[in-house]
Design a protein around this ligand. Structure first.
Ligand code: ADP
Ligand code: MG
Length: 678
C-alpha cells in the first residue's frame, strides 16, 4: 500500500465508506494519514465517585445499587441506574440500550467510563462504556484520537482505517535530511505520523506535532524560496540614477522621513542593481507610501520605461491618478486612467496610448491586467493597498510585459510572522514612521449615549474648518438596507444640524462615477460630513479631515478599524477617532480599548492575529483546503521562524536536487507551489 492508493485499499473501506470519506476530502491513503485528530480522549485510571467533575470523560468502579429503570419516551429508551463506591453514589444513564437492563446485576462491581453531565443539579455519568479490568487497563494512559467526522462515519471506523493504513502503508519514510532533524531536534517522520494519531502520552503528542508542524512550515517556506530564487532573474530594465529625481524631490512641499528615505534607497538599489525587483513595502497608514512609489515611477519614466499603478477600487484609482498628475505632470510625465467604468471609446483610446507609449504611467484597477491591455515597454508594476492576494496571483502579474519590476505596498501592517508566510517570496521593506508634523490621533471608546456630545464636538471642528467621516451603523447582509441606513443616517444628521452643515453620503451601491463625484466634493472641501459605509476604507487621503466616528465599532476587526482611523491624522491638525459601540459587551469593549491604547498598526495587527486567529488573514486568499493542517502561525511562531531560516540555508540547486530525489516531498511542495514549476 502507498500514499497514492485509493483508500479502498484499506481493509474494511467499501464503496459506501469511500463516498463518505470523500466528503472529508479523503480519497487516497495519504489523505487518510493526514486526517489528523481534532482532539484526544485521554484515558485515565478510575476515580472515586465523589471526585467526578462535570464535562470530563471519567471512569469509576462501582457496585450496582438500585435496579435499573427503563423509561420510554416517544423516540428513545432511557435506562437509569445507581452505582456506588466507598465515597458516594452516582446516577448513570444509557440511551437506546434497553437490553442492558437485564444484563446488570445488583451488587456486582462494574467498571464504567463516560462523560460526566449534570441533570437537575446532580452529576450523572452519561452513556458510559463498560469494561473488563483487563480491557480497561490496557488503555489507561493512552490518548485516543477523536477525528473530524461526517454523517455515516464513526470515530471507531476512522480509527480502524487509520490504524490499517499506518501498519500497511510503505511510503511513510523520512524525507528531511538528518542534519535538519538534528538542528531542530525533530523526531522521525514515521514515528511522528504514528504518534500524532496514537500518542501514548502528551509528551509523545507534542513531539509528533512539533515535527509535523515543522514539516508544513518548512515545505511552505521552501516553496516560497524556490519561487523567489527562480524569479531572481537578470532584469531587462536596469535603470540608472537620473538627476531629474533631485529636482522632483526639491519640488516636494515636505522633506522625506527617514523611513521614506531608507525604503526608497532599497527600491533604488533594486531598480539599478540588475535584478528584477520583487519587493513589498509594509507601511502603517499615513506613513507616506505613495510618494515613495511616485519616485520609483518617475525614475522608471526617466529611464524610458512605463509604469503601472494598480489599486483595488475605482475611487482610489481616480484619486491616485489626480495626485500623480499633480506631482508628476509638471515634470512632463503623461499619466492615464484605465478602469472598468470608462466608456468603451475611452478604454480603447487609453489602450492605444499605452501600446504606443504615449502614456508613461497608467493608474487603474485590475482592469490593467486584462489580456488585451498591452504596453509599449512596461518596466514597473506597483500594487497599492492590497495585501490579500496569493503567490499565484503575483505570478500572473509579472507575466505582463517583459518581467517588469514589482513593488507591492500593503494596506495593513501585518505581523512579521505572517509576512513571512504571505510574502516569503518577496523582499521586505518596512516603513514604521509617520511624518514628523503629525500629532497622534486621539481616541475614545464610548457608548451610544455619547452621540449628542460627539455631534456637538463635530460642529466645533467644522467651525474650525475641518471635515468629518462617519462610518454608518452596520446592517445585515442586505444591500438595500445598507443603502437605506446610510441615507437615513445622513438625513437625520442634516435635520439634527438644522442645515448648518453639508452632509454627503457614500455607499457600496453607487456607481463608480457617483462615488468619484462624492469623493471629489469631499476632497475639495465642499462637504463637511461624509457618511459612509466601509467603502471608504482603503487609501483615501483628505488631510483636512480630523474626525472619524465609527458606529458599531465592536463589529469590525482591529486591523480594519485601524485602517478606517488612518483616514484622519493625515495633516498637521490634531485628529480624533471616536469608536462607538452599539451593544454592551465586555469583550468587545476590551478589544476596542486595545485600539484606543495604540496608534501603532504593527502592534495592533499582532493583537488582531492573536485574538482572531489566522483564519481571517487567510480567509480571502485560500480557496478550499487550508494552507496548513496543523500549524498555527501565531502559536507556532517560533517554529515558523526556524523553518524560514532553514529554508534559506540551502542554495537553490541543492534544494531542487534534493527535492527531485524525494517523490513525496515533491508532491508536498507542489501542493504549495501550484502551477509554478521547480
Ligand atoms: P499611506 O502610506 O497611508 O498611503 P499617503 O502616501 O497617502 O499615506 O500619505 C499620506 C499623506 O501624507 C499625504 O497627504 C502625503 O502628501 C503626506 N506626506 C507624505 N510624506 C510626507 C512627509 N515626509 N512629510 C509630510 N507629509 C507627507
Ligand atoms: Mg496609500
Amino acid at each position: 500500500m502507498d500514499y497514492n492508493d485509493s483508500i479502498r485499499a484499506v481493509k474494511g473501506v467499501g464503496e459506501k465508506a469511500e463516498q463518505r470519506f470523500a466528503k472529508l476530502q479523503i480519497r487516497e491513503v495519504g489523505d487518510l494519514l493526514e486526517h489528523y485528530p481534532r482532539d484526544y480522549d485521554e484515558f485515565h485510571d478510575t476515580v472515586p465517585i465523589r471526585t467526578l467533575e462535570e464535562g470530563k470523560r471519567m471512569a469509576i468502579e462501582g457496585v450496582l445499587r438500585r435496579k435499573p429503570t427503563v423509561r420510554n419516551t416517544s423516540r428513545i429508551k432511557i435506562i437509569t441506574a445507581l452505582f456506588e463506591d466507598e465515597t458516594g453514589t452516582v446516577q448513570v444513564t444509557w440511551f437506546n440500550m434497553p437490553f442492558l437492563a437485564s444484563r446488570l446485576h445488583m451488587g456486582t462491581r462494574y467498571l464504567l467510563r463516560g462523560r460526566v453531565g449534570r441533570v437537575n443539579g446532580k452529576l450523572v455519568l452519561e452513556q458510559p462504556k463498560m469494561y473488563s479490568k483487563n480491557e480497561f487497563y490496557k488503555n489507561v494512559g493512552k490518548m485516543l484520537p477523536i477525528y473530524p467526522l461526517t454523517a455515516g462515519l464513526t470515530n471507531v471506523q476512522v480509527t480502524k482505517a487509520v490504524k490499517q493504513a499506518l501498519s500497511e502503508c510503505e511510503g511513510i519514510t523520512e524525507f528531511l535530511p538528518p542534519e535538519i532533524r538534528k538542528r531542530h531536534d525533530l523526531i522521525g517522520y514515521r514515528k511522528a505520523v504514528q504518534d500524532i494519531h496514537f500518542p501514548k502520552n502528551r509528551i509523545e503528542f507534542y513531539r509528533a506535532r512539533r515535527r509535523l508542524v515543522f514539516d508544513e512550515l518548512f515545505l511552505y517556506q521552501a516553496a516560497l524560496r524556490a519561487i523567489r530564487v527562480r524569479n531572481d532573474r537578470e532584469s531587462s530594465h536596469v535603470m540608472t540614477y537620473r538627476e531629474q529625481l533631485d529636482s522632483f524631490r526639491e519640488a516636494l512641499p515636505f522633506a522625506l522621513t527617514n523611513a521614506q528615505e531608507n525604503v526608497f534607497s532599497e527600491i533604488l538599489a533594486d531598480l539599478t542593481g540588475g535584478h528584477v525587483m520583487n519587493r513589498l513595502v509594509q507601511g502603517d497608514v499615513g506613513s507616506g507610501k505613495t510618494v515613495v512609489a511616485v519616485m520609483a515611477l518617475y525614475l522608471t519614466v526617466c529611464n524610458g520605461g512605463q509604469g503601472a499603478f494598480m489599486v483595488p477600487t475605482e475611487v482610489l484609482a481616480s484619486q491616485h491618478c489626480a495626485s500623480l498628475q499633480k506631482m508628476l505632470g509638471p515634470f512632463g510625465v503623461r499619466i492615464g486612467l484605465l478602469t472598468g467604468s470608462l466608456t468603451a471609446k475611452q478604454k480603447r483610446e487609453g489602450k492605444e496610448m499605452l501600446a504606443s507609449g504615449e502614456w508613461d504611467v497608467v493608474v487603474g484597477t485590475h482592469a490593467i491586467l486584462q489580456d488585451n491591455v498591452q504596453f509599449h515597454d512596461l518596466a514597473l508594476v506597483i500594487t497599492d493597498e492590497q495585501h490579500r492576494f496569493g503567490v499565484r496571483q503575483r505570478e500572473t502579474l509579472s507575466e505582463k510585459g517583459t518581467e517588469p519590476h514589482v513593488l507591492a505596498m500593503s494596506a495593513t501592517p501585518i505581523p512579521r510572522t505572517l509576512a513571512l508566510v504571505l510574502y516569503g517570496d518577496m523582499d521586505l521593506s518596512v516603513m514604521d514612521e509617520r511624518p514628523a508634523d503629525r500629532l497622534p490621533v486621539k481616541n475614545c471608546v464610548v457608548g451610544t449615549e455619547f452621540r449628542p456630545n460627539a455631534y456637538h464636538f463635530m460642529k466645533e471642528q467644522i467651525d474650525l474648518g475641518h471635515q468629518i467621516y462617519i462610518i454608518c451603523p452596520m446592517v445585515e447582509e442586505n444591500e438595500e438596507s445598507e443603502l437605506e441606513s446610510v441615507m437615513i443616517y445622513a438625513d437625520r444628521l442634516r435635520e439634527g444640524f438644522r442645515g448648518a452643515v453639508s452632509v454627503d453620503s457614500l455607499h457600496g451601491k453607487m456607481k463608480p462615477q457617483e462615488k468619484n463625484e462624492v469623493m471629489e466634493r469631499f476632497a475639495g472641501g465642499k462637504t463637511d460630513i461624509l457618511v459612509s459605509t466601509t467603502v471608504i476604507e482603503v487609501g483615501i487621503d483628505v488631510p483636512n479631515a480630523t474626525v472619524m466616528m465609527i458606529e458599531n465599532a465592536e463589529r469590525f476587526g482591529l486591523a480594519q478599524l485601524h485602517q478606517l482611523r488612518g483616514r484622519v491624522g493625515r495633516g498637521a491638525a490634531q485628529s480624533y477617532c471616536i469608536l462607538m459601540y452599539g451593544r454592551e459587551s465586555k469583550e468587545g469593549k476590551e478589544r476596542l480599548s486595545i485600539l484606543a491604547g495604540s496608534n501603532d498598526g504593527f502592534k495592533i495587527a499582532e493583537e488582531d492575529l492573536k485574538l482572531r486567529g489566522q483564519g481571517d488573514f487567510f480567509g480571502e486568499m485560500q480557496s478550499g483546503d487550508k494552507l496548513f493542517k496543523l500549524a498555527d502561525i501565531y502559536e507556532d511562531a517560533k517554529i515558523l521562524t526556524a523553518a524560514h531560516e532553514e529554508a534559506g540555508r540551502y542554495k537553490f540547486d541543492e534544494i531542487s536536487r534534493f527535492y527531485k530525489k524525494n517523490k513525496r516531498l515533491m508532491e508536498k511542495l507542489e501542493h504549495y507551489m501550484g502551477d509554478v514549476p521547480l
